[in-house]
Design a protein around this ligand. Structure first.
Ligand code: DNO
Length: 357
């Protein structure tokens, strides 16, 4: 297992590479070209410059999160092949720079969805939270504006203002895309990109839908074990894999994360490990990583990853905002650094126990 840390680039992130370098055990960066538009080819020079910046700071790029898939591919528009060619060119450019893991998602219109970005907890920290009741109350056209007020001036990943300005049009585009069609479009996309993934040994790691159910009537297809297995089987190539995001699958209390890890072992290329605290099954908040702060057994999750032979990259996920930090919600330095060290502590104990057994 390699512990990594997500970084949005010096123009966009309040956290610096120099700070990340001081987190014990972290050498790998998960990053992106944050200002590219989905569908655009990532230029080789820009990837090289990003890589150099990370390496000059004594770190390395361990993976990309995300190369976003544009709407034409997701809806299966008549010009999708042209955008798939662009995606293949981006993968080629990444592969040429020795980058071997790419996280992406196939969610329509909205990426992950939260209804509060700064819910205050009793210890004074703030966390992102979701209630179904708020989703049902907020018109989808307004959800971006309502979140934007709370995001400390940062652009949230997957919630680009330019795209969100056209949210009505986006809903229109997806109106005939039911779950079967979305799934077929995903399979079409994956089949088309597998040759370049084989050539450069690039592991594609699909991020689950978050929350793991349909929001605003939009189809969601990567929500549980059965759906992932169906996707892995439809394109049965090891480069077609998943991002095991505990905080996303775990939103649905019917999902057994430990069982899912065992069921898809060998195809988990990336792990986002975080904890959630449930107030009710449809009202949850993102707690600290520690098991006792939320409802997940983090030891059991890490042990399942260990026992299933996981040897990919992992990162702490959304953290609380603590110690007065002002950062992109979920992506401050302090609480994620605590998470990175805690998860490595669990892993060390599990590893030593297994070796002494
Ligand atoms: C949220 C993230 C997601 C994730 C994308 C992957 O914080 O986990 O935005 O990066 O869904 O494409």
């Amino acid at each position: 297992m390699e512990m990594t840390f997500r970084w949005f680039g010096s123009k966009f992130d309040s956290v610096t590479l120099q700070q990340i370098r001081q987190i014990p055990g972290v050498k790998g960066i998960i990053t992106t070209l944050y200002d590219t538009t989905p569908g655009e080819v990532w230029k080789a020079e820009e990837i090289k410059a990003l890589k150099k910046e990370v390496e000059d700071a004594g770190l390395k790029i361990s993976g990309i999160e995300s190369v976003n898939v544009c709407d034409a591919i997701k809806i299966g528009a008549s010009d999708r092949d042209q955008y798939i060619d662009n995606y293949i060119q981006t993968l080629t450019n990444l592969g040429e720079e020795g980058i071997h893991t790419v996280c992406y998602n196939f969610m329509p219109v909205f990426d992950w969805t939260r209804t509060e970005l700064a819910r205050v907890r009793e210890d004074g920290s703030t966390v992102m939270a979701y209630t179904q009741e708020a989703v049902d109350r907020i018109n989808p056209n307004d959800i971006f504006n309502s979140l934007n007020k709370e995001c400390n001036g940062y652009v949230l990943p997957g919630w680009e203002p330019d795209r969100m300005a056209q949210v009505k049009e986006l809903f229109e585009l997806y109106k005939d895309v039911d779950a079967d069609r979305l799934f077929d479009n995903l399979v079409y996309f994956l089949k088309a990109i597998m040759p370049v993934c084989d050539k450069y040994d690039i592991n594609m790691a699909i991020h689950p839908d978050d929350p793991a159910w349909s929001v605003y009537g939009l189809s969601r297809i990567i929500t549980n074990k059965e759906q992932i297995l169906k996707m892995l089987k439809a394109v049965d190539n090891v480069h077609n894999g998943v991002t095991l995001c505990t905080g996303s699958y775990g939103t649905n209390l019917d999902n057994d994360i430990v069982d899912t890890i065992h069921a898809i072992k060998g195809r988990i290329h990336f792990a986002h490990v975080r904890n959630l605290k449930f107030i009710s099954p449809t009202n949850f908040e993102e707690s600290a990583h520690l098991s006792s702060d939320g409802d997940f057994d983090m030891y059991a999750i890490m042990k399942a990853l260990y026992d299933s032979g996981f040897d990919g990259i992992m990162r702490p996920d959304h953290g609380r905002m603590i110690w007065g930090e002002k950062a992109m919600p979920g992506y401050g330095l302090y609480d994620r650094a605590l998470g990175a060290v805690y998860l490595q502590g669990l892993w060390e104990a599990i590893d030593k126990n297994a070796k002494n057994a």
